[in-house]
Design a protein around this ligand. Structure first.
Ligand code: ADP
Ligand code: ZN
Ligand code: ZN
Length: 753
């Protein structure tokens, strides 16, 4: 009998030891109520059971166990531990993020806590009583009562002949599957024929699965064979580089079907904005009720229900979700698919744990001995390098399905257009002509601009004054629809200024352009076209989002203007033209990944054009016609991009040849912050030498009233990350003990994106 339990609380704290009262039996992974602090009651996870008396004098006892099944299995616990160590946070912070909030009640009193405990929805279940389960006897009885009460007879026979998959563990079937009046059921119960029991709602596993899969093309079949070969060679990960429209999804389906048929669970991760109704429907058409969707738009209750249901599932589940789905319990996990594996949204950057979902998923798979399939048209250089070195299996799928043609990419030189007087508002003649042709032929157009709002700043034409956020060091974006100036970092809004407060002239002018302005300008150029816009401002709700997509899909809209949101997850058959309005601002970001990113984004956007029979046209407007990235996009030459970028990363010691840890220091007091940054940098230099870069002032050095300074640590491959983290922790501990710096917050971001 263990006497103590180390318990993880949803806080940035280590695990605490609690006493196990006599006779209380718990398992590791169980959720329990514990008292922490003078009054607070939290949900904790039993992490370790042991008999080592702790040093503390008074140890509180653990409270009640919360669910009839552990919330975590051993593999999940190992993942949380790995994450806390690798991303330098506490397991409690992992817990806070990983469990849906209703699954972890808390309160300031017993009452408050109990009120928060999740109460599963129940429903009535019906079964024949013990004495009427004998078929012969029941039939005789039915003969007897049949003439007088035909409905009763019908219902008794219905229950007697219920299919096994309709029944729950007690042999009962849900009331909702029986079509009849409650009065009849009540009468049958009264007469002792049946029982009606209120039980937790169950999602019935569907009957024998007969998945109807698309037949793979020879090229797709070859990829499937290569995946099997990777598997057979004992490698854990396979990377598939397949262009848009090549049928990556069909390959996923073939892998999923095999896994489900053998009773395994499958996790399919997609970027949040690619998690559309379209994708779920497509998967449900093949995999029916095996499919569970999990994402941030679900209600808290639904997420909690899903979590608790899966904790008891016997396998055969297909979970499709955004990055947080990797924390769901999947005890029979055999396969993880990560679509668009290069996508930045797999990384959580804003709060701890600042984890990379793709990397965590691969780690999770290894804990279960499961296989991971990564897919993308433009793989991350990290994954590509692993494929090149032979660590991952690798396949390519470089033709579109069904002979669909790849889009023709046209480069349009903005400078030249201006000089020749061929530019109207934000559109070069080449793009205007392409749009005109498409509209005349009844086809559709997508226009991509990387910024939302009307214009990213308004500036005085006299003195250069710009309207800025009082809390952040950025300009406010003018939003025409709401007639407000808005900060895209803290959400601060202000009325639109018309006069310059500095020189008092009235010459404020909107500069640059966002999606709103494009929407307005294109409608002026093509007054008969029906124009819609898809960005964060127009898709505030799921229904608004679905409406915009639906109208474009059904041809009620001719031109769709949007941000990245238009680049993923849809399969529109009628898009003849895709316009990238300003490639320049994709090419220049102060980031070692900017070329890779620009290539990925432009290639993804271009992939939207001409998906079925038609050849599409992509027009890229840029003044950087000689930029190598533009050349690679034009030629669709991923490999050239990868070779060149990898060579550069190698030369400068950037990932994938090193790992980057970034420390973001924040404080309201710039002076203190600077001092602290210098102090920390000096300390780190003593331990890490030239691996320390900084202190660096980031492009936006003040957000929400806090000044920000970055320090970067570059740990080259082959050096121990564990050792680096240890040294870093020591130094951070030292600095945090110096009283003048105790308010400076330090956010650690391992493997920055
Ligand atoms: P990707 O995910 O690589 O962009 P999709 O899987 O969406 O490509 O495939 C593009 C289109 O081709 C889809 O409409 C899909 O249904 C169709 N398709 C691809 N492969 C097959 C196949 N083997 N059989 C039938 N349809 C296919
Ligand atoms: Zn002015
Ligand atoms: Zn702001």
């Amino acid at each position: 009998m263990n006497r103590f339990a180390d318990i993880v609380l949803p806080l940035a704290q280590p695990a605490y030891c609690f006493a196990l009262p006599e006779g209380v039996v718990l398992q590791e992974g169980d959720a329990v109520a514990v008292q922490f602090g003078p009054r607070n009651i939290y949900t904790g996870i039993v992490w370790r059971l042991h008999d080592e008396p702790p040093k503390a004098k008074r140890i509180k006892p653990v409270g009640a166990r919360l669910y009839d099944t552990p919330l975590l299995d051993k593999a999940q616990m190992r993942l949380w531990e790995w994450m806390a160590d690798y991303y330098m946070c506490t397991i409690g912070e992992v817990m806070r993020m990983a469990l849906p909030s209703m699954a972890k009640p808390k309160g300031k009193s017993e009452e408050e806590f109990s009120a928060e405990i999740f109460k599963p929805r129940t429903e009535p279940f019906v079964a024949l009583t013990e004495e009427w389960r004998d078929m012969e006897r029941l039939q005789q009885e039915c003969e007897r009562i049949g003439r007088r009460a035909p409905r009763r007879k019908e219902i008794l026979l219905r229950l007697a002949t219920a299919a096994p998959e309709e029944k729950n563990d007690w042999g009962e079937i849900p009331r909702r599957l029986i079509e009849c009046d409650s009065t009849i059921l009540a009468a049958l119960r009264k007469a002792g024929y049946i029982t009606i029991t209120e039980r937790e709602r169950q999602i019935m596993p569907s009957s024998v699965q007969q998945f109807i899969l698309p037949t793979l093309t020879p090229a797709q079949q070859q990829v499937a064979d290569e995946i099997s070969a990777t598997h057979n060679a004992g490698k854990a990960v396979h990377l598939l580089r397949g262009i848009t429209g090549s049928g990556k999804t069909e390959i996923y389906m073939s892998q999923i079907a095999r896994t489900l048929a053998s009773g395994g669970d499958v996790l399919m991760l997609v970027p949040e904005i690619a998690l559309t109704a379209q994708l779920i429907e497509r998967m449900e058409r093949v995999f029916g009720s095996c499919v569970t969707a999990y994402h941030s738009k679900l209600t808290n209750r639904r997420r909690t229900e899903t979590y608790l249901r899966l904790a008891k599932s016997g396998g055969g589940e297909l979970i499709i979700g955004a990055r947080s789905a990797l924390f769901l319990p999947m005890h029979h996990l055999q396969l993880i698919i990560i679509d668009e594996e290069h996508d930045q949204s797999y990384k959580q950057s804003d709060t701890a744990p600042r984890y990379q979902g793709r990397d965590c998923a691969i780690m999770l798979a290894s804990m279960y001995g499961a296989f991971t399939l990564l897919g993308s048209a433009t793989p991350s250089l990290e994954s590509y390098a692993n494929a090149q070195s032979g660590k991952y299996g690798y396949s390519t799928l470089l033709e579109r399905y069904g002979g669909a043609r790849e889009p023709r990419i046209i480069l349009s030189d903005t400078m030249r257009s201006v000089k020749r007087g061929e530019r109207k508002s934000h559109f070069n003649l080449a793009l205007i002509n392409a749009i005109g042709d498409a509209l005349a032929a009844g086809e559709q157009v997508m226009l991509f601009q990387n910024r939302r709002g009307f214009s990213p700043f308004v500036a005085c034409q006299q003195c250069g004054w710009t309207m800025r956020c009082p809390n952040c060091n950025v300009t406010l974006t003018w939003h025409r629809t709401t007639e407000r100036m808005e900060c895209h970092y803290c959400g601060h809004t202000a009325p639109v200024a018309h006069n310059c407060p500095h020189c008092k002239t009235a010459e404020l002018k909107p500069m640059g352009f966002g999606t709103e302005k494009i929407e307005e300008a294109i409608a002026k150029l093509f007054p008969d076209a029906r124009v819609a816009r898809l960005d964060r401002d127009t898709s505030t709700s799921e229904s608004a989002y679905n409406r915009i997509i639906g109208e474009f899909e059904s041809g009620q809209t001719d031109i769709l203007v949007g941000t990245q949101m238009i680049t993923k997850g849809f399969d529109f058959g009628r898009v003849a033209v895709v316009g990238i309005l300003n490639a320049d601002n994709l090419l220049f970001s102060p980031d070692f990944r900017s070329s890779e990113r620009a290539f990925q984004l432009m290639t993804q956007v271009a992939g939207r054009a001409g998906r079925r029979e038609r050849e599409g046209v992509v027009v890229i407007q840029t003044s950087e016609v000689d930029n190598p990235v533009i050349g690679w996009v034009l030629r669709g030459d991923y490999e050239a991009m990868a070779r060149s970028e990898l060579a550069e990363r190698y030369a400068f010691g950037y990932p994938p040849y090193s790992r980057l840890i970034r420390l973001a220091l924040r404080d309201e007091d710039m002076q203190i912050l600077r001092q602290c940054a210098v102090r920390l940098t000096d300390g780190l230099r003593r331990r890490f030498g030239g691996r320390v870069v900084g202190p660096v002032t980031p492009p936006i050095d003040r957000i929400r009233g806090q000044y920000i300074v970055h320090i970067l640590l570059k740990i080259e491959n082959g050096r121990s990350m564990a050792r680096a983290r240890e040294l870093l922790r020591q130094e951070l501990d030292e600095v945090s003990r110096e009283p003048q710096y105790k308010h400076v917050s330090v956010a650690i971001d391992v493997d920055i994106q």
